[in-house]
Design a protein around this ligand. Structure first.
Ligand code: SAH
Ligand code: DHB
Ligand code: MG
Length: 220
């Protein structure tokens, strides 16, 4: 019941605030047609990420976990001229769909998709001195989140904003004996709490994707 009204409210917010958009709507349609899991951020969440980037004036963005590039499009739409998005994905099939979606959205020139395990790509980015990034969105395999946060610290500067998706998981975050994903998100919150260079919080969300949440932190 709650879930139904949450989805209806998301639909209403979308109808009021998020006009039809060829690039975004087309990406979701292609993702489903190609059989990608329906775990993209929701439209209202995508817009929220887009606004965070713009509010903070971020230019160089790093995303960990591309899927079909739906969140990537929202992020790339937010960067000013001269900005860029680097997005990391280990599934060739997902990256291929993302490439097509970004092309259709007219954003290919702004986005670099790096194929391979994100931990390898992060090490390569650090070795290449590709950072620092102004905004980092972590949305891949949750058990690796503490490692992703460690890399994010290395690839950041004071003021960098770090956002982690899926930190509530229908409340499963409370379960200290939870599965590997739950352990990963509990470690995410612990990391943010214990790392003195980070100042953050987590916000619960309800909507089309159920009861979940974002962790948000800024590098001091
Ligand atoms: N950010 C996307 C959703 C990402 S879903 C959106 O909102 O539109 C998570 C993605 O992370 C999947 O495509 C999955 O293949 C990828 N992934 C999982 N483990 C990974 C790893 N170790 N390295 C890189 N990508 C990984
Ligand atoms: C899952 C992963 C996500 O990143 C998400 O936003 C929702 C669900 C999952 O793996 O089930
Ligand atoms: Mg997610």
């Amino acid at each position: 019941m709650e879930r139904k009204i949450w989805t209806e409210v998301d639909d209403y917010i979308e109808a009021c605030l998020l006009p039809a958009d060829h690039g975004l709507d087309g990406a979701l349609a292609r993702n489903r047609a190609k059989g990608l899991p329906a775990i993209d951020v929701s439209p209202t969440q995508g817009k929220f990420l887009n606004l965070l980037v713009r509010i903070g004036g971020a230019r160089n963005i790093l995303e960990i976990g591309t899927l079909g590039g739906y969140s990537t499009i929202w992020l790339a739409r937010a960067v000013p001229d001269g900005g860029k998005v680097v997005t990391l994905e280990c599934e060739a099939r997902h990256a291929e769909v993302a490439r097509a979606n970004l092309e259709d959205a007219g954003l290919s020139h702004l986005v670099e998709i790096r194929l391979g395990p994100a931990l390898d790509s992060l090490a390569a980015l650090a070795a290449e001195d590709a950072g620092p990034f102004d905004f980092i969105f972590i949305d891949a395999d949750k058990p690796n989140n503490p490692h992703y946060l460690s890399w994010a610290m290395k690839l950041s500067h004071p003021g960098t904003v770090i956002v982690c998706d899926n930190v509530v998981r229908e409340g499963a975050v409370l379960d200290r004996d939870g599965d590997a994903n739950v352990k990963g998100v509990r470690a995410t919150l612990a990391f943010i709490g214990e790392e003195r260079r980070l100042d953050g919080t987590a916000i619960q969300t309800v909507g089309a994707k159920g009861h979940d949440g974002f962790a948000i932190a800024v590098v001091r």
